[in-house]
Design a binder for this molecule. Sequence first.
Ligand code: IMO
Ligand code: MG
Length: 425
Amino acid sequence: MKSILVIGSQWGDEGKGKITNIYSSKADIVVRYQGGNNAGHTVKFNGLEFHLQTVPSGIFNKSTLNILGNGMVINPLALYDEMQRLIAAGFDCSNLVISSRAHVDLEYHLELDGLNEASLKDKKIGTTKKGIGPTYTDKVSRSGIRFCDFIDEDFPIIYKEHLSIRNEEIVRLGGEPIDYQTSLRKYINVITFLKPFVKDTIDILEKAKEENKKILFEGAQGTMLDVDFGTYPYVTSSNCTSGGAITGSGIGLGYIEGALAIIKAYTTRVGEGPFVTELHDDVASMIREKAHEYGVVTKRPRRIGWLDLVQLKYSRNVNGFKYGALMLLDVLGNIGEIKVCTHYKLDGKVIDYLPASLKELNRATPVYETFPGWNEDISKAKTFEDLPINAQNYIKFIENYLKIKFVVISVGADQKETIIVEEIF
Ligand code: IMO
Ligand code: MG
């Protein structure tokens, strides 16, 4: 495929960073098209470990151009810090561009995110408090600031107007107003630094298409956090599913040839909201510690559960993926029996679809198929056949249920600990 979409198929944290980094060595361009620094993509290679939040995972390959697309909401201060860390580590970021149409996540957005959450009390979303929701709210209500305006000489004037309106809201919600001069000062040097990176990315993508370049679209978050398809309102504020790649990049129809679903071998969720296969037992604690299931961004312990095929079938339907990358399979070693949810039971009926209503989803209970586990170390496996037969059976069952093919199986955190079943990009 000349271009591929890497999509989180569950609630985020599926291991998208690892896969994007492996594929990006073959990509001419990597595009992030939604979300912002609510994402936490961990990339490990050559004994190094990086946590990326805003910057695409292709940044480590000098010859790969990394685009922050128009669909993103970008905190310039956080982006600046992330770039400084990369530069200090020897990655000069000259292969990064920011869409002039991307929206700017500003100080008042962060403040409002925290205040909105506090006002929701026991109904809070459990956001990352990075200002994501308020920035998208401004975008949709046509009162946002885009990067083309952020780097414009008039930004101080625009910022003053916007801040004075937002300060009223901040005070109404019980917060302290943000001082204009102090806040503006934080942005001045950052604007000078970021200005050369801000470009019309539509033009860049158009040229890339003409030249048949290989493009990788790096999704953030996951299908169940999508504002349209997720467990609304316990979602993020963007389209994390395939459609988001079109609107969030300007690539247009036709160029993206397929999607690769990143599927964790079990399920995790961070933040509030329904989770049918959630576990509260020793298995959950063991998985959490073994895989260090704590948020990269917020450090919160992630909620853990068995793999949910009802949820994944829904995810396949809304994204249209035929290929999958099965992640963190090694984590399921040495835990005895492994369960997979194939149906839900709702009010006495067995169903195989995901209800839209959260009331129903909260009442649904999982119907499981149980598989014998394995105790062998699988981290050195290089082919599917190297895996213990019980692991093979687990994988085949998922493939048959979802009618997809796993082209990648991850058996450890490092890039080397990966089985490439089939090259598709
Ligand atoms: P990556 O890309 C997991 C969750 C938050 C919260 C909800 C809304 O690393 O997989 P937001 O701050 O976006 O308004 O929070 O979405 N969330 C994520 N969960 N992985 C992520 O990103 C997430 N980004 C946001 O925990 O429940
Ligand atoms: Mg993450």
